[in-house]
Design a protein around this ligand. Structure first.
Ligand code: S3P
Length: 177
């Protein structure tokens, strides 16, 4: 979709364990701009994410997340910076509207289940927890498939990251911006 491109005003979206936080850190070093991780902002404000899910439930988490996303996206719309968005943030309609109207460049980091498999073994993510009928990888596969159209809807750029190093993904993102 057409929109003004602001190359150093970047929001990374994609499923859990796609490496968004690592990439945001590397991109912020590359461009020498600040990074904002919405999960980390939530933890600072409200404590560990799995505690919020357990104590207050997912809808309460999404409300807290919405505030963090709003603040981070507003910031990088105004001044250069890189945002790493929690994997489920795009489920919120206001967040999608903000992403498509604020002039930031939204980069969808895609990744396959094989690359993710090793990373989510010891994940503390409540939506990828052991103890449900599905394995964590089955849960991941379902979430990634359900959300795929939503990630595509908000994305300006789609950058594959399966089975390559974070440095290679950084090169791909900077080449595409
Ligand atoms: C979630 C992804 C997590 C975190 C929370 C919920 C999701 O972020 O926000 O556990 O719904 O996919 P990451 O994408 O950084 O793992």
């Amino acid at each position: 979709k057409p929109r003004p491109k602001l190359p150093q005003h970047v929001v990374l979206v994609g499923p859990p364990a796609a490496g968004k936080t690592t990439l945001a850190r590397l991109l912020s070093e590359t461009f020498d701009v600040p990074m904002y991780d919405t999960d980390a902002m939530i933890v600072e404000d409200a404590g560990p994410i799995r505690e919020i899910f357990r104590r207050d439930g997912e809808p309460a988490f999404r409300r807290i997340e919405r505030r963090a996303v709003d603040s981070a996206v507003r910031t990088v719309a105004e001044t250069p910076g890189i945002v790493s968005l929690g994997g489920g943030a795009v489920l919120d309609a206001e967040t999608r509207a903000q992403l498509t109207s604020s002039g930031v460049t939204v980069v969808y980091i895609t990744i396959d289940a094989a690359t993710v498999a090793a990373r989510i073994k010891n994940s503390s993510r409540p939506l990828l927890a052991d103890g449900s009928a599905e394995t964590p990888l089955e849960q991941w596969t379902r979430l990634a498939a359900e959300r795929e159209p939503v990630y595509r809807e908000v994305a300006d750029l789609i950058v594959p990251s399966s089975s390559v190093s974070p440095a290679t993904v950084v090169d791909r993102v900077t080449a595409a911006l």
